[in-house]
Design a protein around this ligand. Sequence first.
Ligand code: ASP
Length: 439
Amino acid sequence: MKKVVKFGGSSLASAKQFKKAGEIIRADKARRYVVPSAPGKRSKTDEKVTDMLYACYDAASTGAGYGKLLSKIKERFEQIIDGLDLNLNLDFEFKTIEENFIAKAGRDYAASRGEYLNSLIMSHYLGFEFVDAAEVIFFDENGAFLADKTNRELAQRLEHLERAVIPGFYGSKPDGSIKTFSRGGSDVTGSIVSRAIHADLYENWTDVSGFLVTDPHLVENPVPIETITYRELRELAYMGASVLHEDAIFPVRKEGIPINIRNTNKPDDPGTLIVESTCRKPKYVITGIAGKKGFCSINIEKAMMNSEIGFGRKVLDVFERYGISFEHMPSGIDTMTIFVHQSEFEEYEQSVIAGIHRAVQPDFLDLESDLALIAVVGRGMKSARGTAGRIFSALAHARINVKMIDQGSSELNIIIGVKNDDFEPAIKAIYDIFILSEI
Ligand code: ASP
């Protein structure tokens, strides 16, 4: 059995957190490959080391004073080393980092040092081999990730290593310079390592006990999701739910490796298991509810629209010309509505309206702004009768006016459009009917 364990920033923010991570790793012999993030926040008001590194590099490269900030960063690592009673001195590492800052090694280089140093500490603490991500994770000269080359070389390198620590978040370009993934990218590294070693499980340790059915800012103490499929997760992530970096799905999905989201502070909680497919019956009919505000709809009416071949194409062509992607497009016999992101649309609003008039000569066209979209997602919906009915009666009871309904052909989700102001009460009403009333 081989497991890859990735620890997020808050799981490694201090010596105390490091000890929890150490205990978790030692508790299971299968936890052989460790991917650390940089130290995150120790409290709500604290700073992430990655942010401190960006700020320090920006100061150094503009000739501003950076010494104090660099010492503060060094202190963060030294506190961890002291708290773990390790015999490790980072003077040489910090001298190199300072030289590279002055030589303008790049913002990515700067940011990556958080993961690099935390991994050095972790490898000393555990007695595992340290493998620098710059030697095994590759990007091309334009910064695009090279999945196959990385997979090959990483697999070769780890083949003979029983246990290893590989820093998250970064790799290197052909000229040897450092390149990072986007923020939160250590999740991606964990996934890449899991693929390369054919892991049985990718454990992603963070500070929550998995995904919650909905956003805890909207509903008090939502229940956690036990099992979710990659497809469900994608639907929810697109609608704003976040715990895992979006690109972390692809490498493990290719190999059918499940991801287990776990809580470093509550290691006994089972967390959420993300799988390709499962016959496990979901506990509730719906798996999750997520949503976003800030949409607007363009409503078009024209008599005999349905017999005018090419009508839809001509309308969508106008949006394409202005680089605006559409989210949903419900239609009636003589009507068609297009949902777009308000922020993307606003700049081109008048040009798009003129374009539609020219392209299809509608009888009537109007806009409605400040709309929100809510996705109710669940593989269990397919086999449960009356799901849509329950959603809409819950919304009606909460006196919420539904502006749009769209059930994807996959029967995996139902998308509902409401006014921005109805967003929170709508999510609460749906949560209450499917989860609270079933507990
Ligand atoms: N340390 C990086 C960040 O703050 C990457 C990560 O934590 O995954 O974004």
